[in-house]
Design a protein around this ligand. Structure first.
Ligand SMILES: *Cc1c(COP(=O)(O)O)cnc(C)c1O
Length: 524
């Protein structure tokens, strides 16, 4: 089987060294083998530690120092994948994966990827592959309709949707469009006056976009949120921040509102924020990277109420919509605003279709020129599962998060730090439990410094998370809420079922037993 010459050996070409990299028969042979490999990986995924246990630099030691000069067989390559690559994988598709926001892969997403890679077209403009552009137009309208986005965000209006790689790109592209509008209006010299707004819960993607877009760091506002307002961005705070900026001669430009923030899945009040922003001509982008998918369910749609007043909206289909990485869906209300800021028309790309202005050239909606035929993935997902099943898939995750939250509420040592949102539960061992656990409930420890020792509470929760993750049986990540270290259990992996979630809870509980039992006064 270890025929290192196999690409050539079965070819009828006599001359060694001339490869046939697209031989259909060999493609089938290797393709079936690869599918078998991935299927076995998925079947066995629960047996691997979710969080990779390798040390930094582990792989260089395992692999040769230079590339092979001759061909190697797929069999020997797959052997290395099994032995050296898989140990270095953190298994995002594991049913026991609860970190960050999970990525939900699916057979449909995978098949779409195969097709897209099989055609391997570079559909930067319509003529370079009409189906790539037109299918993207159709599926973006389809999904936009299911989200009940206003018609102005669809192609029948002045808007439309585009598939980008990531939310970072969506925010950058829309920020650049907003910047262009302001600079056209106020003059190019005023770039140093443009102000960008978000909250202290906004994803760091906004800060990165502002940097790339040349926004003066002094004009970047992360408005403070409060627990009393569920950590949502308050329209009043936004207004007072804007007023101060205007008073100082600055130009409000862009607001990123979030539906489902990264730390705790908070929902900013889109409608009221847009109302404030509109007064000052601010472009509002709604970042719904994770929670946007849930808005196809009528019971969650209210989370984006008021989106008709926003300028753009995006979600990551690779997060919670069964579409394998990478697939960010962005809709804009005014497609000209995007194309005005992002289009270039060099001679080599000129063609009749583009000049007719009857087609969409997606190169003008994104940063790169080249692009994948990603619409196939989303099309296959929508068709293979149907919208009603997709809704139920999302609801099931929310239900499992409720189960996890419910179990946790029965154990008084824990606190659910903010109420569960969607399928995200944020929790920690409570300061009270730590104070009593540390000193076996002795009175001395309830008074005095220990109970308020936030640092200690954080460290013990950090240790709990480390114990859970190093067990290999679950993987969660953390966030920060008002200085508190909070463990996040984000349910959304495709393979997760209720019994996995119950097991994850037991794992948390057992490790808390260990921690609270083992610590004592003298160790402080
Ligand atoms: C995940 C996430 C992002 C970043 O997404 P990328 O696609 O990796 O750029 C931005 N915002 C929110 C709210 C997210 O959850």
């Amino acid at each position: 089987m270890m025929n290192t010459m196999n690409l050539n050996s079965q070819s009828d070409s006599a001359s060694p060294g001339i490869i046939k990299p697209l031989d259909p028969e060999e493609f089938k042979r290797q393709g079936y083998m690869m599918i078998d490999f991935v299927a076995d990986y998925i079947r066995n995924i629960g047996n691997y530690p979710v969080l990779s246990e390798v040390e930094p630099g582990y792989l260089r030691e395992k692999l040769p120092a230079s590339a092979p000069s001759g061909p190697e067989s797929i069999e020997s390559i797959l052997k290395d994948v099994q032995e050296h690559i898989i140990p270095g994988i953190t298994h995002w598709q594991s049913p026991n994966y609860y970190g960050y926001f999970p990525s939900s892969g699916s057979i449909a997403g995978f098949m779409g990827e195969i097709l897209s890679t099989g055609f391997n077209v570079v559909g930067f403009n319509w003529v370079s592959s009409p189906a790539a552009t037109e299918l993207e137009n159709v599926v973006m309208d389809w999904l936009g309709q299911e989200l009940k986005l206003p018609k102005t965000f669809l192609f029948e209006g002045h808007g439309g949707g585009v598939l980008l790689g990531t939310t970072c790109e969506a925010i950058l592209c829309t920020l650049v469009a907003a910047r262009e509008e302001k600079l056209t209006q106020f003059g190019r010299d005023n770039i140093g006056k443009l102000v960008v707004y978000g909250s202290d819960q906004t994803h760091s993607a906004l800060q990165k976009a502002a940097k790339v877009a040349g926004i003066d760091p002094r004009n970047f506002r992360l408005i403070k949120t409060k627990r009393s307002n569920s950590f949502a961005l308050s329209p009043d705070s936004l207004l007072s921040t804007i007023l101060l900026d205007v008073k100082n001669g600055l130009i409000p430009c862009f607001l990123c509102a979030t539906v489902g923030t990264t730390a705790m899945a908070t929902v900013d009040p889109v409608g009221p924020l847009c109302k404030v922003a509109k007064e000052y001509g601010i472009w509002v982008h709604v970042d719904a990277a994770y929670a946007g998918s849930a808005c196809i369910c009528p019971e969650f749609r209210y989370c984006i109420d008021g989106v008709e007043e926003a300028n753009s909206f995006s979600l990551n289909a690779h997060k919670w919509f069964l579409t394998n990485l990478a697939c960010c869906c962005l809709w804009v209300k005014d497609r000209k605003a995007l194309t005005k800021s992002l289009s270039e028309n060099p001679e080599f790309l000129r063609n009749k279709a583009s000049q007719s202005k009857k087609v969409v050239d997606y190169k003008d909606w994104q940063i790169p020129l080249s692009r994948k035929f990603n619409a196939l993935k989303l099309w296959l997902v929508l068709r293979s599962y149907g919208v009603e099943n997709l809704r139920n898939f999302l609801r099931n995750h929310v239900q499992m998060a409720k189960t996890f939250e419910g179990l946790m509420r029965l154990d008084k040592r824990f606190e659910v730090v903010v109420p569960r949102k969607f399928s995200l539960v944020c929790f920690r061992i409570s300061p009270t439990a730590i104070a009593s656990g540390l000193c076996n409930g002795s009175e001395a420890c309830y008074s005095g410094k220990l109970m308020n020792d936030d640092y200690r509470v954080n460290e013990i929760n950090r240790e709990l998370l480390d114990l859970v993750n190093s067990s290999g049986n679950a993987f969660m990540t953390h966030g920060e809420v008002e200085g508190a270290f909070v463990i996040r259990c984000a349910i959304g992996s495709t393979l997760t079922e209720e019994h996995h979630v119950i097991m994850a809870w037991r794992l948390v509980q057992e490790n808390a037993n260990l921690l609270l039992g083992k610590t004592n006064c003298t160790s402080i």
